[in-house]
Write a protein that binds this ligand. Structure first.
Ligand code: XMP
Length: 515
């Protein structure tokens, strides 16, 4: 069966992945493409709808990203958002100018055409998220104005007959109270999508496809215990059982007890039909890291060593037919293959592909999914919730949470402090409300006093951030009583720690991890 498809054309704005995610929340499959994508290719894809996103430029300037008039003449419904709306007007003969008043933030939008298909069941006035310098001063011929604000005469416009819709604000942002409803109205009401994108059918279909593709071949998977590789491994296991071998490298930089927890789920006593190989490479990693304090060097060493260990294990297994990668859709978009707003976080990729693993083809079962969809797929397959809702954990692990040289003793300190912190955050019922939280070990030693004795020990830094996309973040406000309890437990229970600090820095100027 052919999947219904809506495409997002990316003009470089910050919310572009969010648009695609919201559309998928409406059970409609959606992919992101650069505005440079050839119109022939778009026709070939034959999407049921096209959404033009926001972007940082002014559409009337000569070298700004643009699109052809033909895009609006394909007979495919088009929804332009922010820059996309301005571009639609500009290309079709309306006028866009620098506005007198810059609109930013939550804004009351008054709907002028209550029977507009995109405003079905939306109540006027409605709160929307605005972020623009330019604005549409004149709608293009054939368009009627369907909404306005106090400062913006054209907050929305449409040409119903041609199925073209322009919206100045950002329905994809949650601050736009009825934004998802508007997007749903567009994809269902205007584009006519029935909504066939469901995680249960995706999982079923993927398992079937993998089974057909692999046949009686052998498959190798590097399992980290993180969400993506765990979900990929379980999907493969359900498809081909013991034809799959998962190699789990314990680099000694995992959270407390994590290695054993991964083994408990995926190992011989666990829940899945697969071959599980755990490599206890702690000493090897500590050896390589001895005396190294520079963050980038540490990251490189950990990444390279990881690949070497994995390769050695792979050699023992011998030639395989397929190698599994836990690539997810944001990786595809951010590596420049999808949209326009490419940010390549090279330092986040621990190593890349192993050079010497003998395999014929790569399988990326989660390549089409956003993170929240990976989680849904995981739940669908019965993976325990605590694994599915894991916080992000960096590939170099505690290596980037120990400032300066990494030693086994410091790893133990940070593991113990982190375990206490996580336990107390959970006890206080705060765990679901914080984006990411962990303890790190500073490289600072200071003087303290314990039981009448002088101490000269390390300081633990507690980190907790709220974030939407991990690109920016704010320090979370944790109740003082919780911090006090965590502090007193850490200082009492963790040897060689005599001070606890709370990191109040946002990102920017900090990063979430300490290195
Ligand atoms: P930063 O520290 O760059 O982190 O603000 C942003 C998010 O990415 C995670 N992170 C990593 N993830 N490999 C990963 O897989 C890495 O090397 C890495 N470094 C940071 C970090 O935990 C946060 O969620």
């Amino acid at each position: 069966m052919k999947r219904e498809l809506v495409i997002v054309i990316d003009f470089g704005g910050q919310y572009n992945q969010l648009v695609a995610r919201r559309v998928r929340e409406c059970n409609v499959y959606c992919e992101i493409y650069s505005y440079k994508t050839d119109i022939g290719k778009i026709k070939e894809m034959n999407p049921m709808g096209i959404i033009l996103t926001g972007g940082p430029n002014s559409c009337y300037e000569a070298d700004s990203p643009t699109c052809s008039r033909e895009l609006f003449e394909l007979g495919i419904p088009v929804l332009g958002l922010c820059y996309g709306a301005q571009l639609m007007m500009h290309v079709l003969g309306g006028k866009v100018e620098r506005a007198d008043v810059r609109e930013y933030g939550k804004t009351e939008v008054i709907i002028d055409k209550m029977d507009s298909k995109v405003f079905e069941e939306v109540v006027s006035p409605t709160i929307c998220w605005m972020s623009h310098f330019d604005s549409i001063s004149k709608a293009a011929p054939g368009f009627e104005i369907t909404a306005h604000t106090a400062d913006c005469p054209v907050a929305a416009a449409e040409n119903e007959a041609e199925k073209l819709y322009a919206i100045q604000y950002h329905p994809e942002v949650l601050h736009t109270v009825e934004g998802t409803k508007m997007l749903s109205n567009f994809v269902h009401g205007v584009c006519g999508c029935a909504g066939d994108w469901r995680m249960d059918s995706f999982v079923e279909e993927s398992i079937r496809t993998i089974r057909e593709k692999v046949g009686d071949g052998k498959v190798l998977c590097a399992l980290s215990g993180g969400v993506d590789s765990s979900v990929a491994a379980v999907m493969l296991s359900k498809a081909i059982g013991s034809q799959l071998t998962c190699v789990f490298v314990d680099h000694g930089l995992l959270r407390k007890n994590e290695g054993d927890e991964v083994e408990a789920v995926f190992g011989p006593e666990g829940n899945y039909d697969l071959n599980f190989v755990r490599v206890n490479a702690q000493e090897r990693f500590y050896g390589k890291l001895a005396g190294v304090a520079e963050p980038e060097e540490k990251r490189k060493i950990i990444g390279e060593e990881f690949i070497r260990v994995f390769e050695e294990e792979a050699k023992k297994i011998g030639a395989v037919d397929f190698l599994v990668q836990g690539t997810i859709y944001p990786d595809v978009v951010e590596s420049g293959l999808g949209g326009e707003s490419a940010v390549i976080k090279s330092h986040h990729n621990v190593g890349g592909l192993p050079d010497y693993v003998d395999f014929k083809e790569i399988i990326e079962p989660l390549r089409d999914l956003f993170k929240d969809e990976v989680r849904k797929a995981g739940l669908e397959m019965g993976i325990p919730e605590y694994l599915v809702f894991r916080q992000p954990f960096p590939g170099p692990g505690l290596g980037v949470r120990i400032v300066g040289e990494v030693t086994a003793e410091k790893v133990k300190m940070v593991q113990d402090a982190d375990a206490i912190y996580r336990e107390e955050i959970q006890n206080a019922g705060l765990d679901k409300g914080i984006g990411q939280y962990f303890a790190a070990l500073t490289n600072m030693r200071s003087v303290g006093v314990m039981g009448d004795e002088r101490t000269y020990d390390y300081a633990v830094a507690l980190r907790a951030v709220n974030t939407v996309d991990f690109m920016t973040a704010e320090a979370a406000e944790i109740p003082w009583s919780v911090l006090q309890k965590v502090t007193s437990r850490i200082v009492n229970e963790v040897a060689h720690v005599n001070r606890v600090l709370y990191d109040c820095t946002g990102k920017p100027p900090g990063t979430i991890e300490l290195e």
